[in-house]
Ligand binder design. Sequence first.
Ligand code: AOF
Ligand code: ZN
Length: 361
Amino acid sequence: MDSLEKDDIWMARAIELAELGSAYTLPNPMVGCVIVLDEVAIAEGFHEQFGGAHAEVNALAQIPDHTQEQLKSATAYINLEPCNCFGKTPPCVDLLLSRNIGRVVCAMKDPNPNVFGKGFERLRAAGIEVVVGVLEKKARTLNRKFIALQDPLFTRPYVTLKWAQSSDGYIDPEMNAQKGRGSFPITSKQTQKTVHQLRANNKAILVGKNTVEVDNPSLSVRHAEGNNPTRLIIDPLLELDYSALNMTREQGETWVLCEEEGHRGTLEKENVKVLPWLNLNTEEWLEKLRNEGIHSILVEGGASTLQRFLDCGCYDDIEIFISDKNLNTGLHAPKLPQRTRGKFTEMRVGEDLRKQYIREC
Ligand code: AOF
Ligand code: ZN
């Protein structure tokens, strides 16, 4: 095996570790770090949660001081450029230098303008061999939300659209959602787990009023690990009775988007925050949500809400879960735009097919 192939293998491990932080790190990146000496991984770590220790710190903490001399021959594999600035934690570059690491291999430059190549510069200036670009595409795909959120021109939250449909393209057995049979499981249990992971990986989950009326969903994370997202409900005239819903305070906050005319006060009793922003266009109220700390949103339905996001182009990823069964009739799945900006990839989740379109990064 040549050293390039070895670099790929260790970087793949760093990316695997990074992914373990998927539900807790945003808006920070997912970062993993493997320290390799004589072709053996002597330490591993990852960025476990927003505000917590960086991957390099967690990995190096596992190496006892008496191996310090040997670290001159060790390589650190990290899927992101080490930081060179004081944030909530001290710079990882300082730590790598103080621990005498001989070589650093990274997948990509940190798009954070405070870092953006300066980490590499400092390591090189100290005489450390630095390799950049190993498994870069994979690393960029993994951190596509972080990359988008660092772009000063990207001012709205990162939006993922998700729906489940039958093999023949229906999302509900009833044509009129109001007459829906309530929560009708189209896809399998395994898909449910994946969807709950998607919920945990986003700051908020958004649904329209009809979905709440028909399904009375709790919109929480139960079949995966992670925090409950903030619930965003589109209820233009504030018609729902929030005291009668399944959405408990313990399982996350509920925010309601309504029109100015619909704004009837605070709904404080039900612990619901009212945002009378719907007279603005979608892009504008999304931007306001970003300013409130909502950096990522999973839009879960129903059909007309999803269509609204598709039609105005306010989306980044699309996740479609397709069961192997037909419904023969019912409410049609949202219509994809004539031209999506990239390609869908397909993978199996239990009995279902997952079609995933992701933002180019
Ligand atoms: C690394 N390793 O594991 C991570 C990095 O606020 P802080 O201190 O947590 O810093 C956040 C910034 O640091 C974040 O925007 C990104 O540029 C970088 N994240 N860097 O070397 C890590 N999570
Ligand atoms: Zn760092």
